[in-house]
Write a protein that binds this ligand. Structure first.
Ligand code: HEM
Length: 261
């Protein structure tokens, strides 16, 4: 055995009997499965579903943020194919987190009403990771910055995301490095890798908008169109206004150039 191999083997080997790595210890399942704590008394049978869909969404948000960081690094390194591979993964993750909402579509309004009071003022609008994803994707408008300040200090995760260049900016820089315009990458067949990356980013935008849309549908289906949220907004009326937000306005605008001259 080489020295290097011996070192590697000893660092992964169990230190003493009983320390063997197991499925449960590797995944920290004891901790993970203790974290679902329904607050309703007596416990409402549907609260576990509500908690798990939210917690699982936050886990996927964590991974989306991690992968977006990777995507940003690849765009900064001007690695088009790497960025394309990365954006495909991000899109798969966004589809998963969107699909999860369907589990809550099985929660009828009268049953949610039975435990909603136990949620107090907690609301998805306080999700720091969701705001960090939005910030990392490129939201910088005044309304967004106001929403961030609504819950006190802006968290460091969101601050860090705001400090990065937007995906649109990084994509613009990539085009500049290739000395091409957005219109050219759609018109010229040899620019296909850049075109595919542009389409991948557009799919990301669409996937995210799909989450927003299905979330509003879910909200209306469960609490109706005129009930305020636990976070104090107008509920679905507020959420409707977020669906048309764009991370990549230029990617949408360029399409019309092929029709309006
Ligand atoms: C019973 C199901 C759900 C209901 C009734 C519901 C309701 C609402 C409402 C009314 C709002 C507006 C803010 C407020 O005033 O509270 C909101 C925002 C939000 N919810 Fe949900 N929600 C549900 C499920 C989920 C799930 C599963 C997630 C996943 C993490 C989620 C994440 C969010 C986020 C991130 C926002 C902020 C959206 C934005 O400001 O653009 N919600 N939700």
């Amino acid at each position: 055995m080489t020295n290097q191999k011996r070192k590697r083997a000893s660092s992964t080997a169990p230190k003493k009997a009983g320390d063997e790595l197991t499925y449960s210890s590797y995944l920290a399942l004891d901790e993970l499965l203790r974290l679902q704590r329904p607050r309703s008394e007596p416990e409402h049978p549907d609260e576990l579903l509500f908690i798990i869909v939210h917690q699982a969404s936050e886990l996927w948000f964590k991974l989306i943020l991690h992968e977006l960081e990777g995507l940003i690094a690849l765009l900064e390194a001007r690695d088009t194919l790497g960025a394309l591979t990365s954006v495909r993964r991000v899109n798969a993750l966004v589809h998963i987190v969107t699909g999860q909402l369907s589990a809550l579509e099985t929660l009828p309004p009268q049953r949610f009403a039975q435990f909603r009071g136990y949620l107090g003022t907690s609301s998805g609008s306080q999700s720091v990771q969701f705001r960090a994803i939005e910030a990392m994707s490129g939201m910088r408008d005044e309304h967004f910055l106001q929403v961030l300040k609504q819950h006190g200090e802006i968290s460091s995760l969101v601050e860090q995301a705001l400090a990065k260049p937007t995906l649109q900016q990084l994509f613009d820089d990539l085009l500049e490095a290739h000395d091409v315009t957005l219109e050219q990458i759609y018109a010229e067949p040899h620019q296909r890798p850049l075109q595919m990356l542009a389409e991948g980013l557009l799919e990301y935008e669409q996937g995210f908008a799909m989450w927003r849309f299905l979330h509003v549908q879910l909200v209306e289906r469960i609490i109706g169109p005129a009930t305020s949220g636990t976070g104090g907004t107008l509920g679905s009326k507020y959420l409707q206004t977020t669906i048309s937000q764009r991370f990549f306005p230029k990617l949408w605008e360029v399409r019309s150039k092929f029709f309006n001259g």
